[in-house]
Design a protein. Structure first.
Length: 372
């Protein structure tokens, strides 16, 4: 074999070895992701069908939830709410704050005494008692219905609406949440009025769980950057996260894509704010972001969460609805003192994350919020 052919042979062998290594690493990472997904186990019976809400928590239920990242216990009280603190006495002389939200507020992955609502109660923040009205999977339309149907009966003097930027504004436009198979109600704006649709809520749906990226980035994958396509397709590329080239800016095109969702959310928030005002209760909207917002600020996920957050803050403050910009406050703290606030595989806030949220909200809620 001539020296030239020998060199070519070596190059080919090295290329084959490298390719086998890459394929093998990708296969290992995919098996790891499958193993992590299969590690998610929860005791049955936590939720039941509801014709107006889609689903609700089962009163007096308790059970375990385990995952690669945690092993915890959940308790539901007689009112069908997370029992992370004892129900406040009716004549305690203290004002009541109701926290509405999804699994971030409910506290997926943390024990009853680790949620941010429990910690706010323990700190007696602002002289209020706090009640956890979070229900896994809920979006703001369901939370508004839940408040009107059940929770105003608790006579809260203050209502916090925690808006998860990851999917809440995607789901309010849908009869079935993006990443669930369970139908839900939704609001439709007709003129100056909101009408509740998809009620009674069907008990089941043929809809499939859908990924977020075609909804957010557009159905035409060829318009996505090649970096985005590689990260969404290959676990190895996502894990390596090369710094170059930088991710493209998707935010300019989001304004037209989500104009209807933002307008609908604003209408829902105004409706709750008006109801709260008639009841002489304070109403505050609080956006909350996922780990990507802090760890990968240039990622498509972080970009659309940042877009939604800024739009929510700007629109609601213009209408006079109080807003606490929680992502900005958390980011300020993260930059000065980075911490591990999210479960690395499951994604929800971990106990330390709930502690950080509670500390920030305790400070922000220690005086009456009146922001225009």
């Amino acid at each position: 074999m001539s020296p030239g052919k020998r060199r070519l042979f070596r190059v080919v062998i090295l290329a084959v070895i490298g390719l086998v290594g890459v394929v093998g690493a990708e296969a290992i990472l995919r098996r790891q992701q499958t193993s992590i997904a299969q590690s998610n186990r929860m005791a049955p019976g936590m939720v039941k069908y509801d014709p107006e809400l889609g689903w609700r928590l089962v009163p007096n239920w308790s059970g375990a939830h385990s995952h690669r990242d945690f092993a915890v216990q959940y308790s539901i009280n007689a009112q069908g709410l997370r029992a992370d603190t004892p129900a406040p006495p009716r004549n305690s002389g203290r004002k009541l704050t109701l926290a509405l939200g999804d699994s971030y507020t409910f506290g997926f992955g943390v024990n009853d005494d680790e949620t941010y609502v429990h910690r706010l109660n323990a700190a007696a923040a602002g002289g209020f008692d706090y009640v956890n009205g979070g229900v896994p999977g809920y979006s703001p339309d369901q939370e508004a219905v839940f408040l009107a149907k059940d929770l105003w009966a608790l006579a809260p003097q203050r209502v916090l609406l925690l808006v998860y930027l990851g999917n809440d504004l995607l789901d309010i436009m849908r009869d079935v949440p993006l990443q669930l198979r369970t139908p839900k109600p939704r609001f439709e704006a007709v003129g100056d009025d909101l009408f509740l649709r998809n009620v009674p809520v069907p008990k089941s749906s043929e809809a499939r769980v859908e990924p977020w990226w075609p909804v957010v980035l557009g159905a035409d994958a060829s318009a996505w950057s090649w970096r985005t396509r590689l990260e969404l397709r290959y676990e190895l590329f996502r894990v390596l996260s090369p710094p170059f080239p930088p991710e493209r800016d998707y935010r300019p095109e989001l304004a037209s894509r989500f104009a209807s969702a933002l307008s609908l959310f604003e209408r829902i928030a105004k409706g709750v704010a008006g109801d709260a005002a008639r009841r002489k209760a304070e109403f505050i909207v609080i956006p909350i972001a996922s780990a990507a917002y802090f760890h990968s600020p240039r990622s498509p996920s972080a970009q659309y969460q940042d877009f939604f957050c800024e739009q929510i803050v700007q629109r609601l403050r213009t209408t006079g609805i109080s807003v606490i910009h929680l992502p900005a406050l958390m980011l300020e703290r993260y930059r000065s003192d980075p911490g591990r606030w999210f479960f690395p595989h499951e994604g929800h806030l971990n106990p330390e994350g709930h502690k950080v949220v509670a500390e920030i909200l305790a400070r922000e809620l220690s005086v009456p919020i009146s922001r225009g």
